[in-house]
Write a protein that binds this ligand. Structure first.
Ligand SMILES: C[S@@+](CC[C@H](N)C(=O)[O-])C[C@H]1O[C@@H](n2cnc3c(N)ncnc32)[C@H](O)[C@@H]1O
Length: 248
């Protein structure tokens, strides 16, 4: 099967209810890598129903969540409104999403697309979206220690290291860990523990935008960061969709 079909074969949208009832608890193993950072702008790429994005917002980050599944974003929006937190939510595919801003922090929590071509493209999206000196925190299932996936769907530690390095980021840490399987619903089994990879990386201060080959400014330009609009915004494939408590 061509990889493009394979990549999108799983119906992510079908796993979400869209009302926020399936917003997950924050992933403290991943978020532990953010606690020493000064809150700034954060991108949760493949944010699902917003559990991590909302926790970052609660801790003072200005968060944009991107996901390919409309029901995931609807759930994140419902939870943001219920909790009185701001999120910018964007329907997009990490393979070809074009960031309008650069972010101090990117979180990718078990949200890489399946297959090496889509994963490599997502790493280029990450490099294009990460501010100079910015931090990437990524968790992903470990292809070499996971039996439920089809061959070539998940990434190995070696390919993750190679892909992130090829995207121009500097890896600080890449660890093999076991995590509770129920944390990340979807394709994987929901019980027991699952073998995972946790990666911490940084953009160099002179990072090149891999898509334009231009050196970025020394710091993310936050002046262009759009503030969320009130809660009942629109959702579109290319436009952003914001969640903000009414009356704020
Ligand atoms: C296992 S869930 C994890 C959700 C969330 N990050 C969390 O940790 O709870 C994977 C998420 O990645 C999203 N996703 C998968 N492929 C994607 C892609 N190519 N672009 C954007 N989001 C994607 C899915 O829609 C889903 O919400």
């Amino acid at each position: 099967m061509p990889e493009t079909q394979h990549t999108h074969a799983f119906d992510w949208d079908a796993i979400y209810r869209g009302d926020g009832s399936d917003t997950m608890a924050p992933d403290e193993l991943l978020l532990a890598h953010t606690v020493d950072l000064t809150p700034g702008t954060a991108l949760d790429l493949g944010c699902g129903a917003g559990g991590n994005a909302l926790e970052l917002a609660r801790r003072g980050w200005r968060v944009t969540g991107v996901d390919i599944a409309p029901h995931a974003l609807a759930g994140a929006r419902a939870s943001a409104c219920a909790r009185g937190l701001d999120l910018e939510l964007v329907l997009g595919d990490s393979v070809d999403w074009q960031p309008e801003n650069r972010y101090d922090l990117i979180l990718s929590s078990y949200a890489l697309p399946f297959g090496p071509t889509a994963q490599a493209a997502t790493f280029m999206t990450i490099a294009a979206a990460l501010a100079p000196g910015g931090t990437l925190v990524l968790g992903e299932w470990d292809a070499e220690r996971t039996s439920w996936s089809a061959p070539g769907e998940l990434i190995t530690a070696a390919d993750l290291r190679a892909g992130i390095t090829a995207a121009g980021l500097r890896i600080e840490r890449l660890e093999r860990v076991s995590v509770p399987a129920h944390r990340h619903h979807g394709h994987e089994p929901a019980v027991g523990t699952q073998a995972a990879l946790i990666l911490l990386a940084h953009a160099p201060h002179d990072i090149l935008d891999p898509r334009s080959d231009r050196t970025s400014v020394a710091r993310a330009d936050r002046s262009g960061f759009r503030r969320p609009r009130p809660c009942c915004g629109r959702i579109g494939r290319t436009s952003s969709w914001s969640a903000r408590p009414a009356g704020r």
